[in-house]
Design a protein around this ligand. Structure first.
Ligand code: GAL
Length: 708
């Protein structure tokens, strides 16, 4: 086995003759070699000789990697059910309805990272299975594994094997190993190797509202203006299937009755500061003008009576691009919600083509299903790139190599706890996820969901089926409005976090294993008080205390830790990393490196700020400012320690940032000899002051965020 160095700290092994069409080859993003080169070099914590290729049943090639006894594994895509995948068999197939913990999901990614600081990727368009410490070769049988369940309290239903086994695609594949030394470094390398993270346009980070599916132009406009009248910020209005002249299958053409003058509709919304996002799905209606053009490039099977086009064919892509360019992009539509590119044959619905479907490019149905989400993300992104504009949109399927694509995943599932866990899990694999709000059982449920979504990559109310508005629960109006406004204040902070994703591969939203090592978590848990200890999960059958997974809290950028509440919860535990933290809303001071218990009222989502942090905050506007607009910026320094914070700025809309038109500023607070605090904002390159800001004011030594 010869591993070649693919980039600094990234090694590749080619096995057999890999299929030319894979997630990485299709996305085709150039690795960010310079940024990779700046990272500390780090070999994986095992020797190359410990990786083996064996022959399994049926002559299949099996990749075998060693595992340490206590090692934890994260990733494998948008998983809803658990954070640590160690001990699990992950069947990484696209599934639109991932209700079971099998590994199937909207965005299965054959990439995992270890808390020992390395990552492994299989770059394939096939659905593969990863046995992440869940397969036990006879030759490795350990005496202690075979126990007597009748007598031995140490018997366990699930054993943990000391190896990963991955049956490889028949034709072969490329395998990548990403070095650390920390888990977060391995993820950074993966993201940088895939082209770095995406930088959304500024408006993408504002609030989004999707209107009911049958709404026409007048109703959509009236609803948008209601946001302005009621003083709720909003940047994007999303149209659902009703804008198509026919849907399920869809035409991609405006319905002449509901949207008689689409260009005027988009312009009017734009005049009020709104962008328009369009729902679409892949299946082309026989009524669409695209139908005859795409027929020669369609798969062997239809979906809802529509074509399933083969977009691996350049001719099909050109036909799709032409329609989208002329009908949508050219009139100012800002992007798409790419729905239902994630069907699966094993759920009880018949709306996907089968795995044995044939496509003109030679791909089969299984490959097309695995790749459909990525195909649409890249095609639509390219449309906007050709127009020197950024897009930001939604997609329901993805795969490996997606970090540079401006898309956020969502689901028809609706469990709030699972939504928070998915947000955490997305961070391991170059994915973004929105815990969108649709409806609620109670005002409490509504508020808790709104609070979570405000601290996510895409803050959205998806009212397509329920017709809800942010003000649907009048008793909760002030709280919801306040959080939507907080989102607007956070824009410069969030934008800078995304710029770090682009430049350094650091995910803007990160699960706890990025910031707390297993040892630190164990120390923090050991400090739990009596009262809290009894509240932790126990293994009911055997009375053993299980370690909490900390899959319900996460970091936003460098300095904020968010610990959402869900309906029915009056209090919760929070694992605080080492250092001093401040309650963003309460001003309470906490010693980190321990587990704390908080009892926030409904009006508060627990958010903690690192001592010494400097948050760049905007003033609250009804929508994100456009290029050239200058607004005030406040740099808020927290607590008593000196500290630093980063601010990134550019025009917020075009691709000029890719050729260096944008810059970084470092905000620094130091302590003078007389004990006072001194603040400075220093440009790191040519620019003197960030162009988007008219005045820059400081607030030093704050302990909480005051309302504006
Ligand atoms: C679903 C999607 C929903 C909504 C609906 C419209 O597939 O998840 O968010 O867009 O289609 O028919």
């Amino acid at each position: 086995m010869t591993w070649r160095l693919a980039a600094p700290g990234v090694w590749c092994l080619t096995v057999g003759s890999p299929h030319p069409f894979t997630p990485l080859t299709w996305v085709g993003a150039a690795p960010k070699l310079e940024a990779l080169g700046r990272m500390p070099s780090a070999d994986p914590p095992f020797s190359w000789a410990d990786i083996a290729l064996a022959e399994g049943g049926g002559g299949r090639r099996i990749l075998i990697l060693p595992l340490d006894g206590r090692e934890k594994l994260y990733g494998t895509g948008l998983q809803f059910m658990r954070l640590n995948q160690r001990g699990c068999t992950r069947y990484l197939r696209v599934n639109s309805d991932p209700k079971q913990d099998t590994g199937e999901t909207h965005a299965p990614v054959p990439f995992y990272v270890s808390d020992r600081g390395y990552g492994v990727l299989i770059d394939t368009s096939r659905a593969i299975t990863m046995y992440l410490g869940s397969s036990f070769p006879l030759a490795d049988t350990r005496v202690e594994d075979a126990r007597d369940r009748n007598r031995d309290p140490g018997w366990r239903a699930t054993l943990s094997a000391s190896r990963v086994e991955i049956p490889l695609p028949d034709e072969g594949t490329e395998i990548y190993v990403f070095g650390g030394p920390e888990l977060g470094d391995a993820v950074r390398r993966y993201n940088l190797f895939c082209g770095g993270g995406t930088l959304p346009p500024k408006w993408g980070l504002g609030f989004w509202h999707r209107v009911p599916t049958q709404f026409g132009a007048e109703e959509a406009l009236a609803e948008a203006l209601e946001f302005r009248r009621r003083d709720y910020p909003c940047d994007v209005i999303g149209l659902e299937p009703g804008w198509h002249s026919r849907s399920y299958p869809a035409t991609g053409e405006w319905d002449p009755e509901r949207f008689a003058e689409p260009e005027r509709f988009v312009r009017e919304l734009r005049d009020h500061g709104f962008r328009v996002n369009l729902w679409e799905h892949p299946y082309v209606s026989p009524e669409s003008k695209l139908y005859p053009e795409l027929l020669p490039y369609a798969g062997s099977h239809t979906v809802w009576g529509g074509l399933a086009p083969d977009y691996a064919m350049p001719e099909a892509r050109e036909a799709y691009a032409k329609q989208h360019r002329e009908r949508h992009v050219a009139i100012g539509v800002s992007g798409y919600k790419l729905d239902e590119c994630d069907g699966s044959e094993l759920t009880n619905n018949a709306w996907m083509f089968p795995g044995h479907a044939a496509f003109p490019s030679g791909l089969d149905g299984e490959q097309m299903r695995q790749m459909y989400g990525l195909l649409f993300q890249k095609m639509t992104n390219d449309l906007y790139r050709a127009d020197n504009r950024r897009t930001y949109g939604l997609v329901r399927a993805s795969n490996a190599g997606a970090s540079s694509l401006p898309y956020v995943l969502y689901s028809d599932l609706y469990d709030h706890r699972q939504f928070i866990r998915a947000l955490c899990n997305a961070s391991f694999c170059g994915l973004l996820w929105t815990p969108e709000v649709r409806k609620a059982r109670s005002a409490e449920d509504w508020v808790r969901r709104m609070q979570t979504v405000v601290f996510s990559p895409l803050a959205m109310l998806n009212a397509w089926g329920d017709g809800t508005k942010p003000w649907s629960f009048p008793e909760a109006e002030p709280i919801v409005r306040r959080y939507l406004k907080l989102r607007m204040r956070l824009l410069p902070y969030l934008y800078s976090a995304f710029a770090r994703y682009r430049d350094e591969g650091v995910p803007p939203f990160r699960a706890m294993p990025f910031v707390v090592s297993p040892e630190e978590a164990a120390v923090a848990e050991a400090r739990l008080g009596r009262e809290t200890e009894t509240l932790n999960t126990t293994d009911a059958a055997y009375g053993k205390r299980l370690a909490p997974a900390w899959d319900d809290q996460y970091m936003v950028g460098e300095s904020l830790l968010v610990a959402p509440m869900t309906e029915g919860e009056a209090e919760r535990n929070v694992l605080l990393p080492a250092g001093v933290w401040w309650g963003l809303d309460t001003g309470e001071r906490y010693e980190g490196g321990r587990v704390i218990r908080v009892r926030p009222g409904l009006e508060t989502i627990p958010v903690f700020v690192r001592d010494g942090a400097i948050l760049p905050l905007a003033e609250v506007l009804p929508h994100a400012p456009g290029p050239g607009e200058r607004t005030p910026l406040t740099l808020v320094h927290f607590g008593s320690s000196p500290g630093e914070g980063w601010l990134y700025d550019d025009d917020g809309e075009t691709l000029a940032h890719e050729s260096g038109q944008g810059g970084w500023w470092k905000a620094v607070v130091t302590r003078e000899a007389d004990g006072s605090l001194k603040a400075a904002l220093n440009g790191t390159d040519k620019a003197s002051l960030p162009a988007s800001y008219s005045v820059i004011q400081w607030r030093l030594a704050q302990t909480k965020l005051d309302d504006e």
